[in-house]
Design a protein around this ligand. Structure first.
Ligand SMILES: [Ca+2]
Length: 134
């Protein structure tokens, strides 16, 4: 491999490592790091339509620090859209407002009603945040 090509490869490698380290050290907002013990934990799936149909999004609520419950604020294009939910065996609290600390909320866990139709618990097209049960 010619020297210039080798240098180019090394430069690309160095850039990639810098990006990875930057990603690991801080998130894009420079906000507090999530607690990694909960980051990879629980997947919750929301659907735009009832009966787990339409478009879907997987969300992974995480803790910002040890004193707050794991919460995930939905992106703007998913606010007030969900009509059914798969908690994948987890217990969650869905909230009508972001932040998991205000607005209407409802606990949804294995065995509770309305996973297939959130209208049954008054939360149809009315979810902006998902929290893991504390
Ligand atoms: Ca909907």
């Amino acid at each position: 491999m010619p020297v210039t090509e080798r240098k180019s490869v090394m430069r690309s490698f160095a850039l990639a490592m810098t990006l990875i380290v930057t990603f690991l050290v801080s998130d894009s907002n420079g906000a507090a790091m999530p607690d990694f013990s909960t980051v990879c934990a629980k997947r919750i799936t929301l659907y735009t339509d009832k009966l787990h149909s339409g478009s879907s999004i997987d969300v992974y609520p995480y803790r910002l620090d040890s004193s707050t419950p794991a919460c995930y604020d939905l992106p703007t294009n998913w606010q007030d859209k969900a009509s059914s939910i798969n908690t994948n065996g987890n217990c969650v609290i869905v909230w009508s407002l972001s932040g998991c600390n205000r607005g209407k909320n409802m606990r949804i866990a294995p065995g509770t009603d309305s996973h297939y139709n959130l209208a049954g618990v008054g939360m149809d097209d009315d979810i902006r945040a998902v929290q893991l049960c504390p």
